[in-house]
Each structure stands twice: as structure tokens, then as C-alpha cells.
Design a binder for this molecule. Structure first.
Ligand code: M6R
Length: 611
């Protein structure tokens, strides 16, 4: 949801800002802009803004060569308030260019603020919520930047990460955050702020995560921090471990394809550190056996694909650990006044660790006395910092909007938690446990094998690329998998795709099926195979073109469907990790065949830090 970046130092700022924004474009790509100070406090800030992708800003500035100056801020936008136009693009300025602001988040009370500011004589140039921040800063700025920022943010409701330039303070960049991510970083050449680590990785690994309501002040000598009392605070810097290559395409046409292919390694990196002598070891989680035995119920919350992971985890956790599991969309959970029993463990699943609704659900749970456990991919993210317990997935940076490797590693984390809970609670035999550990360890290799179906999926994608609708059906765990398959297809191909529990079809949906309808059935659950075959027959006899996804050995499927894809055999509860691979590849190649920008589908952003 918007990317912001800022730099000041001993180099030209504009090319650094453009590079940083390129690494943040996954957060939004409706418009882009920069503000540069040329070092003279009597000169106005240089503002350049374009509608659309960053490349237009590159062209406008000749790759950053036209704007001279060693400090600046930049923005890539995912539109919330106001259409994607140049007027609504950031930076927004006030006081005839005395202050420039870039913003990620939503100012909820912007309409009230706008009325007040208009009464004070400010004239608005855009429909954005952000412009109110620029005017407020101008109103409060009397030469003391910390004071102006403190006064301004006290009036803001909602979420924000802000990058700020003052015309009369050349060589300085300011930042502040609440509920939207912001990092500061330093190098020999200067100092940075950014929404996410990839933006600064080509320059430095020395990173500091700002907490809510902390202010950062950058100069060419480094970064200093203030709290909301205007006092200096000390903050720790960390060395980012992963390489810049990890956040680049590495020869693949798209990040999504690269990330699909990274899944064997991501799974290996997530699973292997937790297996010692054939047992799952979750020491880093810090949950004692007593704490695990005291859990009476699990409440899972997440959004999008991470919610699908929870849907899978519910089946697995209930079956293995015998615990009742409720699953809610985070956006629903936080507003439905859920009844939370004592002994409930709230589990939040999130790749970014910054998803606004998931973070709010976590806080709701904590406020209501629940113990919390988060499965998160991004170290130091808000959810990771605020949860009582954290299970880090090791997917590495995920850039494509459509999640692939993060989803897979979240599944792996849930399997391990379920097995660990089961053995601690005594609901799983030692024999079953060992069999499942062996099967878990085999998953990375099986995924590698499955990636061999890429050509076949590409061929199938060609056949289905012109479909108007697609229906995905499955029962039990396969239902959870088809939810993900349908989302993957619709979000990057724009084909209308829906997932149904196969047993539900005859309660309404089957009326949509007509000759040529594309239906994809996933059937991997032994106990449910016969029932699902009946559902397949019902659909097929109404003229649907059927695609079947099942496990090796279930060759009877070929009699019922037009095309069959096989996945290697595993334990029933681990099939979601295998069936998702062909589903991801299908979505990728359909998107490609339809000429869509796979990594940046319309209207979406990678990290949804607004409600
Ligand atoms: O960062 P999170 O895991 O919290 O993100 C949740 C969803 O926004 C995310 O999974 C989204 O649905 C993806 N676009 C799916 O591919």
C-alpha cells in the first residue's frame, strides 16, 4: 500500500530514490513522485510527479539526471483517496513548497482536518487525505521540525508512515510512523528511510525498525530518533541477512515465476532447522509444554491467501491435536465482537506482518486477554513485534503481489505446530508422528519434482486463457486448496474464478454450469474420493470441461475428467503443499497468455497496510 523512500547524503539523491522506488513498486504502482532539495534553502523544492508506473518518472527525469540535489523523498502510490492522477500523486506540498510529504497509510479524519485547514486559508490541490498532513506541517512549523511533526501527528487519526522535507532545512529528511511500516538505514554515503528493506539493500544492510510514534531525523552523518515528548531516544540497528539478489528476478521473466521455483528451498529453510533427530523442535517459539496443554481452543485470523492457510490448518490441527479451531477473516473478526473463551490461543498468519486488519485482530485479541502466536515472514514487522510468540517462516523476500512461497512456508509452519501440539498433548501416536515427520521432510523434494509439470501447465493455460469463468471444487482439505487456486487465478488473470466445497454445488452453484464451463477438481483425500467423484460426474454431465488434480495412483480419475494432473503421494494432510504448485503455475501461465503484468496486477498491492 504505497512505498516511501528518502535519502540524504554525499551522493545525488534522485537516482537513489528511483532505485529505491523500483524495489517498492510492488506496494503500489498507480503513480509516482519525488521531491528533491538542491541544497539551497532559498530555492523551492523540486517536485516531479507522474501518473502510472515508475518508468514514466524515470523518463521525465532522464533516469534521475535532471534533478540535482543530495536529499529527497519519493513515493509510489496505491490509490485510496482520489483517482490515480498527477494531482493526487505524492509528494504533496504546502506553503508554496516550504514542506513536502510522502505518505503510506490512511488519515481517517482527513475530511474534518480539511475543513479546519480551509478555514485557515489553505487551498487544496488534490483529493487525497495526505495533503492535509502537508498543510498541518506547514501550519505548525515555526523552525522546529520535531515540534511541528509532534503537533501534526497528534491531530491524525488512522495510519501513516511519512517522509518529510522542509525547504529551509537542506540536507535533512524526516520520518515518522504509526501502524504503517518505516525503516531507517545508514551507510558511509548517508542515511535512508523506506517502507521496506529491499529499497535500501543495494546501499546498506544496517537497518533500524521504527516503532509507532517515533520520529527519525536523517542527515548525511546518520540517523537520530525522537519520541513524542521530543526527547532523543537510542535505537538498535540490525544487519539484514539476505542478499540483494534475493529481491531481484535472477533471470526469470517475473518475480512470481522465480518465487514459484524458490519453493523447494523456502520449504527446506522453514522445515529443516526445526527437525532434530526425527523430532520437531520449536524452542525459538518459547512455548512450554504446560502452555501448549493449557490451550483449549484456537482462533485463527488472517487475510487473503494467509486465510486459506488457516482454513487448511483448521483441518490439520483439529485432526492431529484434537483442538477446536475457528477461522476468521481478520477484517470480520475485529468488528464482530467475538466471544473469546479463556484458554483460547489467537493465531495470526501474515507474510508481511503489516496487514492492517490482521494487526488490528492481533491487538483486539491481546486487549481481550488472549495469548497470541504469529506466523510471519518479515522479521521485525509489526505483527512479529506485537505477538507473544512468533514462528518465522523462511521464505525470503516475496515481491510478486500473488503469494506463492510465503503461502507454502506458512503451510509448513502450521503442519509443524499441529504435529508438535499433537505430540505434547498426547493426541498422536509415536508411529504416526514419525511417519508424518518423514513425509514433511520429503515435501521440498516432492515440490521440486512437481515443478517438472510446468510445460504441461503452460499448455493447459493456453487452452483456458480465454475462459470467462472458472470453478474450483474440492472436499475437506481439498476445499481449502481450491480456495487458494481460485484466488491465484482471479487475482492475476482477471478471470472470474470461484471455489466451492464440492458437496455444496447442488445447493445452488450447479445452475451456473453449462457446456464448456471450466471446472477444476482437486481430489486427494482418500476418505472423500468417492464422494468427490460423484460431484465430478454431476458437473461433467452438465457439459463442463473438467480438469482433475489428484495423487499418483488414483488413475480412475482419468475416466471422469478431460485432463488429469498427478501429484506425488504423501500423507493426506500434506497434499495442500503439493496441489498448490500446479495451481500456481496454471494461474501464472494464464496471466501471461492474457498479456497481464503478472507481478503487478491491476488494483492490487503486495502489502495491505490500510483497512
Ligand atoms: O502479508 P499478508 O500475508 O498478511 O497478506 C495477506 C493477503 O493480502 C495476501 O495473501 C493476498 O491475498 C495475496 N495477494 C494473495 O496472493
Amino acid at each position: 500500500m504505497c512505498g516511501i523512500v528518502g535519502f540524504t547524503g554525499r551522493r545525488q539523491a534522485c537516482p537513489i530514490l528511483l532505485d529505491g522506488l523500483e524495489h517498492l513498486e510492488y506496494r503500489g504502482y498507480d503513480s509516482a513522485g519525488i521531491a528533491i532539495s538542491d541544497g539551497n534553502k532559498d530555492h523551492p523544492l523540486h517536485i516531479r510527479r507522474v501518473k502510472g508506473r515508475l518508468r514514466a518518472l524515470r523518463e521525465m527525469t532522464h533516469d534521475g539526471q535532471t534533478e540535482q540535489g543530495s536529499s529527497g523523498i519519493g513515493h509510489t502510490r496505491w490509490a485510496t483517496h482520489g483517482e490515480p492522477t498527477v494531482e493526487n500523486a505524492h509528494p504533496h506540498v504546502s506553503g508554496e513548497g516550504r514542506v513536502a510529504v510522502v505518505h503510506n497509510g490512511i488519515i481517517e479524519n482527513y475530511q474534518d482536518l480539511r475543513v479546519t485547514l480551509e478555514k485557515r486559508g489553505y487551498v487544496f490541490q488534490s483529493q487525497t487525505d495526505t495533503e492535509t498532513v502537508a498543510h498541518l506541517l506547514d501550519y505548525y512549523y515555526k523552525g522546529d521540525a520535531v515540534d511541528a511533526i509532534m503537533r501534526t501527528v497528534m491531530h491524525l487519526r488512522g495510519s501513516f508512515a511519512l517522509g518529510i522535507l522542509f525547504q529551509d532545512r537542506p540536507g535533512e529528511v524526516w520520518g515518522v510512523r504509526r501502524d504503517s511500516p518505516l525503516i531507517a538505514a545508514t551507510s558511509d554515503d548517508g542515511a535512508f528511510i523506506a517502507s521496506d528493506v529491499p529499497a535500501i539493500l543495494p546501499y546498506t544492510r544496517n537497518v533500524c525498525y521504527l516503532n509507532n510514534m517515533e520520529i527519525v531525523h536523517l542527515t548525511e552523518d546518520g540517523a537520530e530518533f525522537f519520541n513524542m515528548d521530543g526527547e532523543h531516544i537510542d535505537k538498535d540497528f540490525q544487519q539484514v541477512q539476505w542478499d540483494v539478489e534475493a529481491a531481484e528476478k535472477g533471470g526469470y521473466a517475473h518475480f512470481m515465476l522465480k518465487e514459484i521455483h524458490e519453493q523447494p528451498k523456502a520449504m527446506q529453510d522453514t522445515i529443516h532447522p526445526h527437525i532434530r533427530d526425527g523430532r520437531i523442535v520449536l524452542d525459538e517459539l518459547g512455548m512450554s509444554d504446560e502452555e501448549i496443554r493449557a490451550v483449549r481452543r484456537i482462533q485463527m485470523v488472517a487475510c487473503g491467501s494467509a486465510w486459506h492457510v488457516c482454513m487448511t490448518a483448521r483441518y490439520v490441527m483439529e485432526q492431529m491435536a484434537g483442538l477446536p479451531v475457528d477461522v476468521d477473516l481478520a477484517s470480520e473478526f475485529r468488528y464482530r465482537n467475538p466471544v473469546l473463551e479463556e484458554g483460547t490461543l489467537l493465531m495470526v498468519v501474515s507474510q508481511s506482518g503489516e496487514t492492517a486488519d490482521s494487526l488490528a485482530a492481533l491487538r483486539y485479541g491481546k486487549d481481550h486477554g488472549m495469548r497470541t502466536l504469529a506466523i510471519v515472514n518479515v522479521m521485525g514487522s509489526s505483527i512479529a513485534r506485537e505477538a507473544d510468540r512468533v514462528f518465522y517462516t523462511s521464505a525470503g523476500p516475496e515481491i510478486a503481489v500473488a503469494t506463492t512461497k510465503a503461502y507454502s512456508t506458512q503451510l509448513a509452519a502450521c503442519y509443524m505446530l499441529a504435529m508438535h501440539f499433537a505430540i505434547v498433548r498426547g493426541t498422536m501416536s509415536e508411529e504416526d508422528y514419525s511417519r508424518h515427520v518423514t513425509a514433511l521432510l520429503a515435501l521440498p523434494h516432492q515440490i521440486e519434482q512437481l515443478l517438472g509439470c510446468e510445460n504441461r501447465m503452460q499448455w493447459l493455460a493456453g487452452k483456458y486463457a480465454n475462459s470467462r469463468d472458472a470453478f474450483f471444487i474440492g472436499r475437506g482439505l481439498d476445499y481449502a486448496s481450491v480456495l487458494e487456486g481460485a484466488l491465484k487465478l482471479k487475482e492475476i488473470s482477471y478471470i472470474h474464478a470461484e471455489a466451492y466445497a464440492a458437496g455444496e454445488l447442488k445447493h445452488g452453484t450447479i445452475s451456473l454450469i453449462e457446456k464448456g464451463s471450466m471446472v477444476l477438481a482437486v481430489a486427494t483425500q482418500k476418505e472423500l474420493l468417492e464422494k468427490e467423484v460423484s460431484n465430478i460426474v454431476e458437473v461433467k454431465s452438465r457439459g463442463a470441461t473438467m480438469l482433475g488434480l489428484t495423487m499418483e495412483g488414483n488413475y480412475a480419475m482419468e475416466d471422469q475428467v478431460d485432463f488429469t494432473i498427478y501429484v506425488p503421494r504423501t500423507e493426506d494432510c500434506f497434499y495442500p503443499s503439493l496441489v498448490v504448485i500446479p495451481l500456481q503455475l496454471l494461474a501464472y501461465y494464464v496471466s501471461l497468455a492474457r498479456g497481464i503484468d503478472v507481478d503487478k496486477p491491476r488494483n492490487l498491492a503486495k502489502s495491505v497496510t490500510v483497512e
